[in-house]
Design a protein around this ligand. Structure first.
Ligand code: PSU
Ligand code: MN
Length: 333
């Protein structure tokens, strides 16, 4: 990619060159997931939390046809304040770059750009996934397929609970995307501490996550861009993602009964109004917020905060351990 289409901020470039920890942050949650003006305050707070954790934040978005890895003050303000900012999935990047558009990046677009830049750790709220009523709509977030072919560690509170969680877990298994429950034996439920679905693997420290990342690298086929495991990889990002599923603390979760009731109404409203495609997720998130008196918003923000803090610790743990040399991987016989 020519340098003018994807631009790293100076701070991010220097950190990567020095093999210091960097955490990529998604921007759709800022532009389309949270209400203004709270979204700008949250965007700033998330960057500050990464810094407090000893890592460099790299909020990712497309501004005027340039993909930016690390935003300056005015970039963050535009992202949060400009209602014309689009929602860009991975497939939207090329048209956005070609036409000079501006947009916030979803998990799929953020993970793609982060991996291209050599960033290994990424924090968000909840992943996209298989929507309920998939059999009618075939709506499955592009997040899943992109994660199936991108070597990045995503810290999230599971997938959004507006989705069909068991179906999404099945798809992730099919796609070969690994999931680690962080301090839990259950897959988190985004607004809720638990979705009730079990996970196969549980870790309890950033060092354990870093060890799994190193093992992924060791298993990778030679020449697939395994990176150094520090966040300053080769930039190809080929491989498969690792999901670190980190639940919102129980004290900060949305009341499960309120969640289930309002979500059922939200899904009905979505169907009645014929909302489809990219608009579905923002509509449901907004509906929940309005009809829970803002409680879903607080749970959402609490989850993201926790994920961002943990991502900084994982990036730090990954940066301070050396990856096995690619040459050490003997071909299997
Ligand atoms: N998590 C949040 N809020 C959000 C999203 C995730 O807490 O707004 C966004 C992410 O960017 C995710 C996207 O990639 O929703 C999924 O959208 P879709 O279902 O249209 O793929
Ligand atoms: Mn969708």
């Amino acid at each position: 990619m020519p340098e003018t289409t994807v631009v790293l901020s100076e701070e991010v470039r220097e950190a990567l060159a020095a093999h210091r920890p960097v955490v990529a942050l998604e921007s759709t949650i800022i532009a389309h997931g949270l209400p203004r003006p709270r979204n700008l305050a949250v965007a700033r707070e998330l960057e500050a939390l990464v810094r407090e954790g000893g890592a460099v934040p790299a909020t990712i978005a497309v501004l005027d046809g340039v993909a930016r890895i690390g935003l300056d003050k005015s970039g963050l303000e535009r992202l949060a304040g400009d209602p014309g900012v689009r929602k860009l999935g991975h497939r939207d990047l090329a048209p956005a770059l070609a036409t000079g558009a501006s947009g916030a990046t979803t998990v799929s677009a953020t993970a793609f750009l982060a991996a291209r830049a050599g960033i290994r750790v990424f924090a968000t709220g909840g992943l996209g996934g298989v929507h309920r009523e998939w059999t009618h709509t075939q709506d499955e977030s592009a997040d899943l397929r992109l994660l199936a072919r991108t070597r990045i560690t995503v810290v999230c509170a599971g997938v959004k609970s507006i989705l069909d969680v068991p179906a999404t877990l099945q798809r992730l298994e099919t796609l070969g995307v690994g999931i680690l429950g962080y301090g839990t034996e259950y897959f988190p439920g985004f607004y809720l501490t638990s979705s009730g679905e079990p996970v196969d693997w549980t870790v309890r420290s950033p060092q354990e996550v870093a060890a799994v990342m190193r093992a992924q690298d060791a298993l990778a086929e030679p020449g697939t861009g395994t990176g150094t495991g520090t966040g300053a990889g080769t930039g190809t990002g080929t491989g498969t993602a690792l999901i670190v599923a980190h639940p919102v603390p129980e004290a900060e979760q949305l009341d499960p009964e309120l969640h289930d009731r309002v979500l059922a109404e939200a899904l009905d409203a979505c169907r009645e109004r014929g909302i489809t495609g990219q608009a579905v997720t923002p509509f449901l998130l907004e509906y929940l917020m309005r009809h829970t008196g803002g409680a879903s918003l607080e749970a959402n923000i609490a989850a993201v905060r926790g994920n961002v803090r943990l991502a900084a610790r994982i990036a730090e743990a990954a940066a301070t351990t050396t990856a096995p040399a690619a040459a050490a991987a003997e071909p299997l016989r």
